[in-house]
Write a protein that binds this ligand. Structure first.
Ligand code: C5P
Length: 213
């Protein structure tokens, strides 16, 4: 049995990579597997949290004891997260939300063609930035940052820009892998290293670091 650091806390977690469809079967997405978000969900539940998971498509099994809301696109996720944000004590935005979506959607499957074809993209709403703007007093807002260069500097910048309490920074190589490695950064700029370990252990370390009193 785990220490009950999240007892009586309503915890909202997002996971997976959103899909942005441009015809009934074709979409733009990313390599997120959802494993880190699902690991956080299981550990937060085991730590006593009342957990809701907003999940973009993954191949993972639904964790026991959790309310799971399935979503597909960034816009769906935005709607489902914002709807529940006010009641949440803790929000962990782990999902890899697509930054862009196709400008138009074709109800018919697009036909093959010998010509070059172009999909125009437009920006998606930044869910975490919005959460930072509407954050309530005493609410803990946690983001993730996957970076290919200047990992810690870029993550610190996001933490400030999006008004977060903590950001978990990692390199891109943990995407869709079983292992995680990274850094936990707080608003004062203190850094805790997460050595390489499986994602459930990393989830435990992250939640213990943030919620152990
Ligand atoms: O700015 P960047 O996308 O790298 O920030 C990553 C963090 O922001 C993650 O926590 C991710 O879940 C969140 N995010 C979001 N909405 C977006 C893009 C990213 O909530 N449209």
């Amino acid at each position: 049995i785990l220490p009950q650091y999240l007892k009586n806390k309503k915890v909202l977690i997002t996971a997976g990579g959103t899909r942005e469809y441009f015809d009934p079967i074709r979409y733009i997405s990313n390599a997120s597997s959802g494993q880190m978000g699902y690991a956080l969900t299981k550990i937060a539940y085991a730590m006593g949290g009342d957990v809701t998971l907003i999940s973009a498509p993954t191949n993972l099994k639904k964790p026991y004891g959790i309310t799971v809301v399935d979503v597909i696109s960034a816009e769906d996720m935005y709607r489902e997260v914002i709807k529940r944000a006010e009641k949440a004590d803790v929000i962990i935005m782990n999902a890899a939300v697509a930054d862009f979506r196709p400008e138009s959607f074709s109800r018919e499957k697009l036909k093959k063609s010998k010509e070059k074809s172009v999909v125009h993209l437009k920006p998606n709403p930044d869910i975490l930035k919005k959460l930072g703007e509407i954050k309530k007093k005493d609410q803990i807002l946690i983001g993730f940052a996957a970076e290919s260069t200047d990992v810690i500097e870029n993550a610190k910048d996001k933490l400030i820009r999006k008004n977060l309490d903590y950001i978990i920074a990692n390199e891109l190589d943990v995407f869709s892998k079983k292992i995680h490695r990274g850094w936990i950064i707080n608003r004062r700029g203190d850094i805790t290293e997460i050595p390489e370990m499986d994602k459930e252990s990393s989830a435990f370390l992250i939640l213990e670091k943030i919620f152990k009193r």
